[in-house]
Design a protein around this ligand. Structure first.
Ligand code: MF3
Ligand code: CO
Ligand code: CO
Length: 249
Protein backbone atom coordinates (compact mmCIF):
# COMPACT_ATOMS: atom_id res chain seq x y z
CA UNK A 1 0.00 0.00 0.00
CA UNK A 2 2.90 2.36 0.69
CA UNK A 3 4.32 1.87 -2.79
CA UNK A 4 0.96 1.99 -4.57
CA UNK A 5 -0.19 5.03 -2.62
CA UNK A 6 3.02 6.97 -3.17
CA UNK A 7 3.15 6.22 -6.89
CA UNK A 8 -0.47 7.29 -7.32
CA UNK A 9 0.36 10.57 -5.56
CA UNK A 10 3.38 11.04 -7.81
CA UNK A 11 1.18 10.52 -10.88
CA UNK A 12 -1.17 13.24 -9.58
CA UNK A 13 1.89 15.47 -9.00
CA UNK A 14 2.84 14.99 -12.68
CA UNK A 15 -0.58 16.25 -13.74
CA UNK A 16 0.08 19.60 -12.01
CA UNK A 17 2.57 20.52 -14.76
CA UNK A 18 0.16 19.59 -17.56
CA UNK A 19 -3.04 21.42 -16.64
CA UNK A 20 -3.43 24.71 -18.53
CA UNK A 21 -5.91 26.28 -20.92
CA UNK A 22 -5.87 24.55 -24.32
CA UNK A 23 -4.71 21.07 -23.32
CA UNK A 24 -7.20 18.22 -23.56
CA UNK A 25 -7.95 15.61 -20.90
CA UNK A 26 -6.73 12.98 -23.42
CA UNK A 27 -3.25 14.44 -22.92
CA UNK A 28 -3.58 13.91 -19.15
CA UNK A 29 -4.86 10.37 -19.71
CA UNK A 30 -1.93 9.47 -21.99
CA UNK A 31 0.54 10.94 -19.48
CA UNK A 32 -0.99 8.85 -16.68
CA UNK A 33 -0.72 5.70 -18.82
CA UNK A 34 2.92 6.43 -19.70
CA UNK A 35 3.73 7.22 -16.06
CA UNK A 36 2.26 3.89 -14.96
CA UNK A 37 4.17 1.96 -17.64
CA UNK A 38 7.46 3.70 -16.76
CA UNK A 39 7.05 2.79 -13.07
CA UNK A 40 5.93 -0.85 -13.25
CA UNK A 41 2.32 -0.01 -12.41
CA UNK A 42 -1.03 -0.57 -14.11
CA UNK A 43 -4.00 1.84 -14.16
CA UNK A 44 -6.86 -0.01 -12.43
CA UNK A 45 -9.53 1.76 -14.48
CA UNK A 46 -8.23 0.39 -17.83
CA UNK A 47 -10.79 -2.20 -18.99
CA UNK A 48 -12.54 -1.94 -15.62
CA UNK A 49 -16.23 -2.80 -16.18
CA UNK A 50 -15.96 -1.52 -19.74
CA UNK A 51 -14.13 1.72 -18.85
CA UNK A 52 -11.25 2.26 -21.31
CA UNK A 53 -9.09 5.05 -19.83
CA UNK A 54 -6.22 5.35 -17.34
CA UNK A 55 -7.95 7.98 -15.22
CA UNK A 56 -11.19 9.91 -14.78
CA UNK A 57 -11.31 13.65 -15.56
CA UNK A 58 -14.38 15.43 -14.19
CA UNK A 59 -14.79 19.07 -15.23
CA UNK A 60 -16.99 21.72 -13.54
CA UNK A 61 -20.50 20.25 -13.10
CA UNK A 62 -19.21 16.70 -13.69
CA UNK A 63 -19.34 15.00 -10.28
CA UNK A 64 -17.16 11.97 -11.09
CA UNK A 65 -16.23 9.36 -13.72
CA UNK A 66 -15.74 11.94 -16.49
CA UNK A 67 -14.09 10.28 -19.50
CA UNK A 68 -10.97 11.95 -20.93
CA UNK A 69 -11.53 13.30 -24.45
CA UNK A 70 -9.98 15.68 -27.01
CA UNK A 71 -11.82 18.84 -25.90
CA UNK A 72 -9.45 21.57 -24.69
CA UNK A 73 -9.63 22.71 -21.07
CA UNK A 74 -10.67 26.35 -20.77
CA UNK A 75 -9.50 29.14 -18.48
CA UNK A 76 -11.73 29.08 -15.38
CA UNK A 77 -12.47 25.32 -15.45
CA UNK A 78 -11.98 23.20 -12.34
CA UNK A 79 -11.13 19.57 -13.08
CA UNK A 80 -10.80 16.52 -10.87
CA UNK A 81 -8.26 13.92 -11.96
CA UNK A 82 -8.82 10.52 -10.30
CA UNK A 83 -6.05 7.92 -10.62
CA UNK A 84 -5.85 4.36 -9.31
CA UNK A 85 -2.52 2.58 -9.81
CA UNK A 86 -1.91 -1.09 -9.12
CA UNK A 87 1.60 -1.84 -7.82
CA UNK A 88 2.54 -5.42 -6.88
CA UNK A 89 -1.19 -6.24 -6.74
CA UNK A 90 -2.08 -3.36 -4.37
CA UNK A 91 -4.31 -0.41 -5.33
CA UNK A 92 -3.59 3.24 -4.54
CA UNK A 93 -6.66 5.40 -5.26
CA UNK A 94 -6.56 9.19 -5.09
CA UNK A 95 -7.93 12.28 -6.76
CA UNK A 96 -7.40 16.03 -6.61
CA UNK A 97 -8.83 19.19 -8.08
CA UNK A 98 -6.85 21.30 -10.56
CA UNK A 99 -7.69 24.87 -11.52
CA UNK A 100 -7.26 25.89 -15.16
CA UNK A 101 -5.71 29.37 -15.04
CA UNK A 102 -7.73 31.84 -12.99
CA UNK A 103 -11.03 30.41 -11.76
CA UNK A 104 -14.07 32.23 -10.35
CA UNK A 105 -14.03 32.88 -6.61
CA UNK A 106 -17.00 30.53 -6.02
CA UNK A 107 -15.14 27.67 -7.74
CA UNK A 108 -12.05 28.34 -5.64
CA UNK A 109 -14.19 28.33 -2.50
CA UNK A 110 -15.86 25.01 -3.46
CA UNK A 111 -12.44 23.43 -4.01
CA UNK A 112 -11.29 24.65 -0.59
CA UNK A 113 -14.44 23.48 1.21
CA UNK A 114 -14.15 20.05 -0.45
CA UNK A 115 -10.51 19.62 0.58
CA UNK A 116 -11.28 20.72 4.14
CA UNK A 117 -14.19 18.26 4.23
CA UNK A 118 -11.93 15.39 3.15
CA UNK A 119 -9.31 16.25 5.77
CA UNK A 120 -11.89 16.64 8.55
CA UNK A 121 -13.26 13.20 7.60
CA UNK A 122 -9.76 11.73 7.73
CA UNK A 123 -9.14 13.34 11.12
CA UNK A 124 -12.13 11.40 12.53
CA UNK A 125 -10.44 8.06 11.75
CA UNK A 126 -8.89 5.85 14.45
CA UNK A 127 -9.44 2.37 15.85
CA UNK A 128 -12.59 2.41 17.97
CA UNK A 129 -14.22 5.28 16.05
CA UNK A 130 -17.17 4.51 13.77
CA UNK A 131 -17.57 4.75 10.02
CA UNK A 132 -20.39 7.26 10.59
CA UNK A 133 -17.97 9.63 12.34
CA UNK A 134 -16.23 10.21 9.01
CA UNK A 135 -19.39 11.04 7.11
CA UNK A 136 -20.69 13.20 9.95
CA UNK A 137 -17.51 15.32 9.95
CA UNK A 138 -17.64 15.77 6.17
CA UNK A 139 -21.34 16.57 6.07
CA UNK A 140 -21.19 19.04 8.96
CA UNK A 141 -18.44 21.08 7.32
CA UNK A 142 -19.85 21.03 3.78
CA UNK A 143 -23.34 22.02 4.90
CA UNK A 144 -22.03 24.71 7.27
CA UNK A 145 -20.42 26.22 4.16
CA UNK A 146 -23.77 26.03 2.28
CA UNK A 147 -22.62 23.23 0.02
CA UNK A 148 -24.19 19.77 -0.40
CA UNK A 149 -22.84 16.23 -0.14
CA UNK A 150 -23.43 13.84 -3.07
CA UNK A 151 -25.19 10.69 -1.80
CA UNK A 152 -24.97 8.49 -4.89
CA UNK A 153 -21.25 7.65 -4.64
CA UNK A 154 -19.11 6.70 -1.67
CA UNK A 155 -15.62 5.74 -0.59
CA UNK A 156 -14.76 2.05 -0.44
CA UNK A 157 -12.50 -0.58 0.99
CA UNK A 158 -9.39 -0.94 -1.18
CA UNK A 159 -6.21 -3.01 -1.19
CA UNK A 160 -5.85 -6.17 -3.26
CA UNK A 161 -9.27 -5.29 -4.67
CA UNK A 162 -10.18 -1.94 -6.30
CA UNK A 163 -13.64 -1.67 -4.76
CA UNK A 164 -14.17 -3.69 -1.59
CA UNK A 165 -16.25 -3.44 1.58
CA UNK A 166 -17.06 -1.28 3.44
CA UNK A 167 -18.97 1.55 1.75
CA UNK A 168 -17.64 4.80 3.21
CA UNK A 169 -20.52 7.29 3.15
CA UNK A 170 -19.72 11.00 3.13
CA UNK A 171 -22.70 11.86 5.32
CA UNK A 172 -24.01 10.29 8.51
CA UNK A 173 -24.10 10.48 12.26
CA UNK A 174 -21.43 10.17 14.92
CA UNK A 175 -21.33 6.68 16.45
CA UNK A 176 -23.26 5.00 13.62
CA UNK A 177 -21.98 2.28 11.33
CA UNK A 178 -19.33 -0.36 11.93
CA UNK A 179 -16.45 0.23 14.33
CA UNK A 180 -13.09 1.00 12.72
CA UNK A 181 -10.33 -1.50 13.40
CA UNK A 182 -6.56 -1.04 13.03
CA UNK A 183 -5.46 -2.40 9.65
CA UNK A 184 -8.63 -1.54 7.74
CA UNK A 185 -7.84 0.19 4.43
CA UNK A 186 -10.34 2.34 2.57
CA UNK A 187 -10.79 5.54 0.59
CA UNK A 188 -12.43 8.78 1.64
CA UNK A 189 -13.55 10.72 -1.45
CA UNK A 190 -16.27 13.28 -0.82
CA UNK A 191 -18.04 14.87 -3.80
CA UNK A 192 -19.36 18.30 -2.77
CA UNK A 193 -21.71 20.50 -4.84
CA UNK A 194 -22.32 24.24 -4.77
CA UNK A 195 -25.99 23.55 -5.48
CA UNK A 196 -28.23 20.58 -4.78
CA UNK A 197 -26.81 17.09 -4.18
CA UNK A 198 -28.65 15.26 -6.96
CA UNK A 199 -26.79 13.67 -9.85
CA UNK A 200 -27.64 11.98 -13.14
CA UNK A 201 -25.58 9.73 -15.41
CA UNK A 202 -25.08 10.78 -19.03
CA UNK A 203 -25.81 8.43 -21.95
CA UNK A 204 -22.16 7.29 -22.09
CA UNK A 205 -23.05 5.25 -18.99
CA UNK A 206 -20.26 6.78 -16.87
CA UNK A 207 -20.25 10.57 -16.63
CA UNK A 208 -22.09 11.69 -13.48
CA UNK A 209 -23.24 15.34 -13.50
CA UNK A 210 -25.15 17.56 -11.10
CA UNK A 211 -28.83 17.69 -12.07
CA UNK A 212 -28.91 21.44 -11.48
CA UNK A 213 -25.59 21.86 -13.38
CA UNK A 214 -24.00 23.45 -10.31
CA UNK A 215 -20.24 23.07 -9.82
CA UNK A 216 -18.98 19.91 -8.12
CA UNK A 217 -15.59 19.11 -6.59
CA UNK A 218 -13.89 16.04 -5.13
CA UNK A 219 -10.68 15.03 -3.37
CA UNK A 220 -9.75 11.43 -2.52
CA UNK A 221 -7.14 9.74 -0.34
CA UNK A 222 -6.47 6.09 0.47
CA UNK A 223 -5.97 5.59 4.21
CA UNK A 224 -5.16 2.80 6.67
CA UNK A 225 -6.62 2.78 10.20
CA UNK A 226 -4.14 2.70 13.11
CA UNK A 227 -4.68 2.54 16.89
CA UNK A 228 -4.10 6.28 17.25
CA UNK A 229 -5.38 7.65 13.95
CA UNK A 230 -4.71 6.72 10.36
CA UNK A 231 -1.97 6.66 7.80
CA UNK A 232 -2.64 8.44 4.50
CA UNK A 233 -1.01 6.32 1.79
CA UNK A 234 -1.56 8.79 -1.06
CA UNK A 235 0.16 11.91 0.36
CA UNK A 236 2.08 13.95 -2.22
CA UNK A 237 5.84 13.77 -1.62
CA UNK A 238 5.85 17.37 -2.89
CA UNK A 239 3.09 18.53 -0.54
CA UNK A 240 0.77 19.15 -3.49
CA UNK A 241 -2.35 17.51 -2.04
CA UNK A 242 -4.11 20.79 -1.31
CA UNK A 243 -6.04 23.59 -3.03
CA UNK A 244 -2.94 25.82 -3.24
CA UNK A 245 -1.38 23.19 -5.50
CA UNK A 246 -4.68 22.97 -7.38
CA UNK A 247 -4.13 26.60 -8.44
CA UNK A 248 -0.60 26.14 -9.77
CA UNK A 249 -1.69 25.20 -13.31
N1 MF3 B 1 -11.23 5.89 -9.04
C1 MF3 B 1 -12.67 5.85 -8.86
C2 MF3 B 1 -12.89 5.70 -7.38
O1 MF3 B 1 -12.45 6.54 -6.66
C3 MF3 B 1 -13.33 4.77 -9.64
C4 MF3 B 1 -13.26 4.96 -11.09
S1 MF3 B 1 -13.94 3.59 -11.87
C5 MF3 B 1 -14.00 4.05 -13.48
O2 MF3 B 1 -13.40 4.75 -6.86
F1 MF3 B 1 -14.25 2.98 -14.12
F2 MF3 B 1 -14.87 5.01 -13.64
F3 MF3 B 1 -12.81 4.53 -13.84
CO1 CO C 1 -12.08 5.48 -4.89
CO1 CO D 1 -10.59 7.25 -7.27
Amino acid sequence: MHKAGRLTAEALDEVVGLVRPGISTDVIDKAVFEFAMDHGAYPATLQYRGYTRSCCTSINHVVCHGIPDDKPLREGDIVNVDITLIVDGWHGDSSRMYCVGDVPRRAERLVEVTYESLMLGIRAIKAGAHLGDIGAAIQAHAEKERCSVVRDFCGHGVGRLFHDEPNVLHYGRVGEGPELKAGMIFTVEPMINLGRPHVKILSDGWTAVTRDRSLSAQFEHTVGVTETGCEVFTLSPKGWDNPAAARRG
